[in-house]
Design a protein around this ligand. Sequence first.
Ligand SMILES: O=C(O)CCC(=O)C(=O)O
Length: 238
Amino acid sequence: MVLRTCVRRAKLGAMTRTATPHLDEAELIWQQCLFAFEDPTVDAGFSGLTRTQLDDTSWVDIVPGWLRGADLVFAELVARLPWEQREVTMYQRRLPEPRLTAWWTTTDGLEPLPVLGEARAALTRHYSLPFDSIGCNLYRDGRDSVAWHADRERYEHEDPVVAIISTGTPRVLHIRPKAGGASRTWRLGQGDLLVMGGACQHDYEHCVPKSATVEGPRLSIVFRHHLAAGWVSDTVVS
Ligand SMILES: O=C(O)CCC(=O)C(=O)O
């Protein structure tokens, strides 16, 4: 109960912090509540991993609860990252993206939190790929979303692997074949890991839809590889 109250208060403080450029409420509450949390860590052994083959060449890995201490990571990242409001191209118009984003690559120095370094190292080992960028997405409530799209690094890499950790309020993520056909749905909760691989970014698209029933914020942490040298931060929505 103490933990839940601390997280809720830190979330509220953090979400309104734009008006308080100095010592904000989230930071104060946070310092008072640190004792209530376990240190965040990831399961470097990927126990509980299940792979779903979407077809012969595309797959999705899921590890429930891969990030432990996800509440703490959520509150720290909401409070500390330099959130930006980007624009997206939709229906040939530039519109505010319905979520906030913050980016990190290895060229920026240390990861925003040590556990993100741990996660990056574990993913790099497990998938034998140099994960070198972290994109964080803050869905403030159910009105925020990301529309159907495939990630742009498919233009650069044959089979990019994209790993997503979810924190905060659970949301669904859909994946559907670009050629048409049924979509698959995963409900991603606290600390769950979803990894898209194989030809997924070429042959499938994914989205986090708006939801009339979701009230709380969700923060996703997306790891990508081979991007530090030339990151393209725009999202094109189909
Ligand atoms: O937030 C998510 O789970 C998905 C993020 C995503 O698809 C993207 O940023 O390209």
